[in-house]
Ligand binder design. Structure first.
Ligand SMILES: [Zn+2]
Ligand SMILES: [Zn+2]
Ligand SMILES: [Zn+2]
Ligand SMILES: [Zn+2]
Ligand SMILES: [Zn+2]
Ligand SMILES: [Zn+2]
Length: 372
């Protein structure tokens, strides 16, 4: 039974509901099940949705039993469970489990055999009861025939409702205890009025629900739009920094190429200067040693040699070391001056603060800076 009709099954005991209590979240749990559940851990909330069982600001009750009894019982579900149980139980009479029952009494909620039916119909206490053939008895009939009983007399059907005390009562209680109550009437009448109220309340709540649904949709849309905007901004940041990186790479390569060229020219020029200077030095050294020899040579020999060496000596005497070194070839300075360093710093600073307001224009601006 329980497996087939899951909405009649308690989520704690996994059996058909026994005295189903309506929790604040509107979920149903058997009375005893919710008490056991609370005794295990009062703060664990509804077994189905974890919503708090008691209002947050309320003190935890010491006696769960009476607290749970104050929760409303779902009589409709209870009646459906009861009717299912009755219909699925064997049709045997209350007098003897081996005797087949033929009829069902709605008021007594019992199955009767033929002979018990006779005495039931004769008794002045039960002769007015409504009987139904067990062959045609339906769950719907059982649910509809269910009676509420007087809140003071559990065996008397409640026919009257006192609006002042919000109580279902029997005729006797109405005349004895509620005589001075102003709004006492039939259960049907009171129910009709309440049903109208319920309808109105449901309309109000439905409107509120619709508003909440609309608001949730609005929030979702807002989040979606913002997510798109953020990711667009991320794209801009990525693009800006890619541009910056490209521009920096170009600038670096240009500076490096320039440095490389200058280095090559410098080395070539200095190499030539050194080679020339070496040959000048060798010439000087040769002449110095020759002159040493000539100092002790015979007069005529010295004079004859000197005449032949005259042009070479003059050229060596006139030449100086400075003539071999190019004065304009220097390492020089790096072209990357303080102004361009400042420009880069400013650019990066602006990126961070301007991006969130005008990302597109900023990207444009960054590009322009590097075109120059
Ligand atoms: Zn249960
Ligand atoms: Zn719940
Ligand atoms: Zn009866
Ligand atoms: Zn019987
Ligand atoms: Zn009563
Ligand atoms: Zn009353």
């Amino acid at each position: 039974m329980a497996a087939a009709i899951s909405h009649l099954e308690c989520s704690v005991c996994h059996e058909d509901f026994k005295e189903p209590k309506i929790l604040r979240c509107t979920h149903l749990v058997c009375r005893d099940c919710i008490i056991t559940w609370l005794q295990k851990g009062a703060n664990q909330g509804c077994p189905l949705c974890r919503a708090p069982i008691f209002p947050r600001n309320e003190k935890q009750p010491s006696d769960y039993g009476s607290k749970v009894d104050s929760f409303p019982t779902d009589f409709v579900t209870a009646a459906v469970v009861e009717s299912q149980r009755l219909l699925s139980s064997p049709n045997v009479c209350v007098c003897d489990a081996s005797v087949e029952a033929k009829l069902f009494c709605f008021q007594c909620s019992i199955k009767l055999c033929s002979s018990c039916t006779k005495s039931h119909s004769k008794s002045p206490f039960t002769q007015s009861h409504t009987l139904e053939d067990l062959g045609t008895l339906s769950a719907d009939q059982l649910v509809k025939s269910r009676h509420s009983f007087c809140s003071n007399h559990k065996d008397k059907v409640a026919e009257i409702y006192c609006s002042k005390h919000e109580e279902l009562i029997c005729l006797m209680c109405a005349t004895c205890n509620h005589r001075s109550c102003s709004d006492v009437g039939s259960v049907e009448e009171a129910a009709k009025k309440k049903r109208e109220d319920l309808k109105k309340q449901a309309v109000v709540m439905k409107t509120k629900e619709d508003t909440a649904v609309a608001k949730i949709r609005e929030l979702d849309e807002e989040v979606k739009a913002a997510t798109e905007k953020f990711s667009a901004m991320e794209d801009v940041v990525r693009a800006v920094f890619e541009d910056l990186q490209k521009a920096l790479d170009v600038k670096r390569d240009k500076i490096n190429a320039d440095l490389c060229m200058r280095k090559k020219a410098f080395l070539v020029e200095r190499g030539t200067s050194k080679a020339n200077l070496e040959s000048y030095k060798t010439g000087l050294a040769g002449h110095v040693s020759l002159m040493g020899k000539l100092a002790s040579a015979p007069d005529d020999a010295m004079l004859g040699i000197l005449t032949k060496l005259k042009s070479g000596l003059t050229s060596l005497q006139n030449q100086g070391v400075s003539g071999f070194i190019s004065s304009n070839r220097k390492v020089g300075h790096l072209a990357l001056n303080q102004a361009s360093v400042n420009q880069l710093k400013q650019l990066l600073g602006e990126c961070v603060c301007v991006l969130d307001s005008q990302p597109r224009r900023q990207q444009q601006m960054v590009k322009l800076h590097f075109i120059h």
